[in-house]
Design a protein around this ligand. Sequence first.
Ligand code: GDP
Length: 614
Amino acid sequence: MPNLRNIAIIAHVDHGKTTLVDAMLRQSGIFRENATLVDRVMDSNDLERERGITILAKNTALFFHDTKINIVDTPGHSDFGGEVERALRMVDGVLLLVDASEGPLPQTRYVLQKALAAKLPPVVVLNKIDRSDARAAAVLDEIYSLFIDLDATEDQLDFPVLYCNAKAGAAHREPEGPAAGKGTLLPLFEAILASIPSPVGDPEGVLQVQVTNLDYNDFLGRIAIGRVFNGTVRRGSDVAISKLSGALVPAKLTKLFTFRGLERDEADAVICGDMVAIAGVEDIQIGESITSLENPAPLEPLLVDEPTLAMVFTVNTGPLCGREGTLVTSRDLRTRLTKELLTNVSIRVEDGETTDSFRVLGRGELQLAILIETMRREGYELLVGKPEIVVRNAGGRKLEPQELLVVDCPETFIGILMEGLGTRRGEMVKMVNHGSGRVRLEFRIPSRGLIGLRSQLLTDTRGTALIHSIFDGWIDYGGEMALRPTGALVADRPGASTAFALWNVQERGEMFIGPGVDVYEGMIVGENAREADMDVNITKEKKQTNMRASSADEAIRLVPHRDLNLEQAIEFIADDEYVEITPKTIRLRKKILDSKKRPRRWQQIRASQEVKAE
Ligand code: GDP
């Protein structure tokens, strides 16, 4: 199909992807046709920005003269690895966008590696060339090194380079050009057309469509998004769905859409090479294919990542429930999780032990944290338990998932890093010294070992470590891992925390709250330096004895408390604890609030040590 190109964009958040796609749309005339389009088309949401990754793959299409260019966004984290592979399956080349002063960052490494392994030809865009600290030549060298490191082929190393000022909508083949902001993106369009092959296929051939994404809308129901690999898909036609199980199920395609800008246009027919959105096939799944009913030629199904981590989501049973959120019942939770399943294929939901709880399975801590954060912003309140690893049984053996972990950090931290990973059963498999003061270490580590690892490594390396992991198969279950070595400081009564009480308690460990915070019995207010939990009165007022004592008030010096974010809170909790999430607050609590009914944590630890000693 000579008039089509399909490309995926690989970029670190903030390197200018939105700005560039925006400018490409503008210059391709899509904006003029439809002036109501908002300015920032592929804009990433807050969650993506905070975490430096793209979460959702989105599609855009634009025209350069009479050639249609479909652009697929790629997620930037290995928790979304399945999504990355499916996005890359849609395209015939990639556009690697790199900030000309920051250079390539490890978050994009995973996707780039997958793209190179899939033999996709790259076009490299060095963006923000107008920045005073741009260092295009050095960054280009870094990109070559990265490509070589990722086993790029000779052909892939021969990539075209565009020097770009996306803000000004200018691209040049030479580094000097766009700094002044003159010019257009013409050289970029030309490079895409010249270097990315057009899709092959026979429009008259047997129909083959692979479904790589799902969408949902109240009017149309489930919408399958995919690429037509062969033949022509026609509205109203009778087709066969090749299920993941291998079965062929007849279906009728009631509505078809193609992409234009960020909009979708209804279409009568979509020919091979192009992307299509199909409504009316209710139970179609990602990875399945659509083919001819009379003469079926199904495509190899695409596998979706197996979940490796599970977390219990349950209703907020705490005394402060409903203060900040509006969606708090188990029915609210069930409806929301069911809706998530319609489009998020890498998540599974099972009923929990009680009617109020659900077991949510996903690919990693980050993926589940993003779901929780999204729900919280939508007004939900809920409790979540400690993440547990999904184990499997195969031939009488208990198996657990393993990851390949890559840590990039200054060499001064090697010692502390090795120590931290050793206790998590990480085994080093490779160490590369760039000679730049930074080293890259690779480990094999049980997925369990990753829970809480990110924040620990960031603390250990003063925020300088870059951490990345990829699912690496199933290994024999390695037995229990050490529990959190510390206990919790637990409020023993409801009320508001006081500076005086905090001052009394702070020497025991690290506080998670400041003064004037509403607490309840069983709420965790800090981390005990010892392994036992400790009940504390955090609401105590200073007795007004005599005038002189007031000078002692000035002696109250509070150590700043540690505010835990969602991921840190999830990483902190032990088996008998929950994170309480509301739209405004993240609290930690014991599962059993009543201190008289609560088994002591140190007793549990002692008991498990005795078992080991036997
Ligand atoms: P994304 O997260 O990759 O989509 O990045 P954005 O397109 O949102 O851009 C991030 C920031 O970089 C924004 O403030 C842009 O205005 C800015 N930006 C994008 N392209 C350029 C450029 O070529 N030069 C400069 N100086 N800034 C740019």
